[in-house]
Design a protein. Sequence first.
Length: 432
Amino acid sequence: MNVLEHMSDSILKPKNTTSHLKIPDRSLSSRASCTGALISAVRSIRQNGLRSLLTVSGITIGVLTITCLVAILQGVKAQISQQVDGLGANLILVVPSRLDDNGQPNFAAMAGISTLTTTDVKALKQVPGVAKISPVYIISGNVGLTASNTTSAFVVACNRAGVEMNPTRLAAGSYYNDNQTHVCILGYQPAHDLFGSADPINKTVTIQGLKWKVVGVLAKPSQSSSLAGQLMALDTLVYLPDSAAKLIPGCQVNRIVIQTDYKHPADKVIANLNAVLMKTHHGVDDFGVITQKKGLELVDKLLNMAQDLLVLISTISLLVAGIGIMNIMLVTITERTREIGIRKTVGAKQRDIFLQFIMEALLLSFIGGIAGLILSWVVCEAIAHFSVLQPEITLFIAAMALAVCGIVGVLFGTLPAVRASRLDPINALRYE
């Protein structure tokens, strides 16, 4: 009886086997599925070399098109910016006078005590869209080598950025640094009047009774239609470092010159500049902001058109490349229907089939993308060598191209992958 009871208890009472069971790690299972899908995708690509080559060529052409055209447009935008910089269309001038209805300052008011200060310069420097800024101190007096050898000039003191904003480039020498003192840059006319055909670099001139070493000479201005040209005699300019304001008595901030970076709308930048100045001047409207509004609007329009064209090109190339992948993958399903049926029969799940096909689409996309980037670099180098265009392939463009490949692989590989994963194994095995 005791034996029977013991046997019944051992049969009826479940044993505690929890400590002996091993719960599978789902993360390990997922990683194994992804690895298996990747291996299967690589094997399928290698086994169907011609079909894979055709698919990759479609992606390669798409990426080549996107990258080359974007690089060319980036180069064109850079050239447009350089040309506009030369015309001074992106220069803004702040003056110590209200503007009249025609946008012109009161020159009589500008000749008196200036309402502009270095506090304004520091505040305006923080405005989004301001690329360069400099105070301008107007200094009276002639420039001379000796008491008898002098010439009239428009002498100003500003930082290095102020000199660089002049659309006229250097003909000789170099720009001064902001920490230098007792140096100067001569305009074309003063250099010609004082030195003739001799080299003025490292020579000394006298301004306001002080000695200044010549470190640079400006070229002869090719045009004077810019904002700077209208308000300053570019060919008679002489630049001193803004530290000269501390050396010469009576100096004050007579102008503030600003260069914008085109990345912000011109109207917004101008509105922000006015708002900051109203704040630093405690609500008193005793200043004026002079711009070449038409020039700024033209630049904004050109760059926006170029940007819209980039979006259109990218969208068309994306659709063409994506449709090509989807068509090839759908044909692949038809060719491999029996294979899918066999895999499902031996235990493959829908997820496994889906991962295999989506991984295959992604691999094809990225292989084509890398090949397209390499070819686009070769094409852009050839364009730069044999034409006036200067394409610019940046890391951003390369990353964008690879991102497009990933999007194409996922979006246009999903439908074929879902269709393959949902095939009935019995019907798939019967497929001939």
